[in-house]
Design a protein around this ligand. Sequence first.
Ligand SMILES: [Zn+2]
Length: 443
Amino acid sequence: MRFLRAALFIAPLAASIQVDRTGRQTYDGYKVFRVVPDRATADLEAQLESLSAVELSCNHGHADTQHFDVAVPPENLEAFAAFNYQAEILSEDLGADIALEGELQPFPGLETSVPATNAKAAAAAALPSFSWFSAYHPYADHLTFLKSLQAAFPSNSELITAGTSFEGRTIQGIHLWGSGGKDSKPAIYYHGNVHAREWITSMVVEYITYQLINNYSNDTAIKTVLDNYDFYILPIVNPDGFLYTQTSTRLWRKNRQTRSGTSSVGTDVNRNWPYKWDGEGSSTSPGSDARNLNNNRRYRGQAPGDTPENTGIRTFGDKLGAGKGIKLYIDWHSYGQYILTPYGYSCSAKAPNQSKQDTLAKNTGAAIAKIHGTQFTTGQTCSTLYATAGGSNDYFTDVTVAELAWAIELRDTGRYGFVLPADQIIATGEESWAGQKYLWANF
Ligand SMILES: [Zn+2]
């Protein structure tokens, strides 16, 4: 009897989803663990799924660093313990960590534009307040912020769009150029927030944009890079998913695409690129979580390139490749502190300029570390982090060729993970800026 009671007590429960007064899922009492796999991966994944654990990140790179980071709901903490994993605790309360992210701050709005009669035709508005980088912001405010940046650099920038999301949102960005005029130089192309929950990525991409504009006329190194390259910057390439993380489920990863034949929602846009799409490192299943709340499978889609978001950003990138070419492509992610070079699909394949890429990545990591001491691990995606299929940097290495095609995983290494406190945004921007400045001066 006693045994039976104990067994029942630790059986995993279907976790109930708690929501706050605005309808957002709370993660109060969830604990975050780093689990070192000591059993077959399939068994481990099935067990974690039975616990309604939210999969955060995994690292399959080296035997000594393999791990899964998972958030376990409070009702299954005992059942988690009963599985007797080799695990360390990363966070005692994910809900408390999310509170540290702070409230979403509205943006005060576009600066009043200078009347054309009273100024040069292209008079610049002031740059938006730097206090933007002290908080996270609602999706709509990111669009206003981009407009505001453009207005501050009117002769050297324009707003751009790269297709439409599944739910019909325009994927928006900004294009910056220098003295040669627009579209006259090879491209530097950045994507942020392809994974919805990686909020720091759009903030950092915006920080870099802000500093490019702010320093163009007073820093010769910045003038040089902008005069020699056209920047195409898309801070949020997965707007539906991003919005969903703000209104419903903070830890959502994928887009919000529905498909016939499944109740599961969402495809991983960064496993959907039509190159080496069906290899190791993506999921063929849209997920089994019928509630779709914590479903973070790396689902690759039914066919290569079949997400509207991928179609939009790929078409945009292909056009850049066919134009003046792409010098540098970076897909910005979090978390883990990695600078990742090709390839993801294979741990043995090498890009033609692999050693140059690896050296630059290593030195970029060193330039980042000089600012706040933040250590980045650098190396090839598959051997350093994990195998990926249908990932953007492989596409931009072999199909639409960028000379350098990287993924950067920003702060931190797991303590806060995706919910990096707002008071780390500026420091993350500063070190990322230093890394890019190094790269632009040396690539
Ligand atoms: Zn990511």
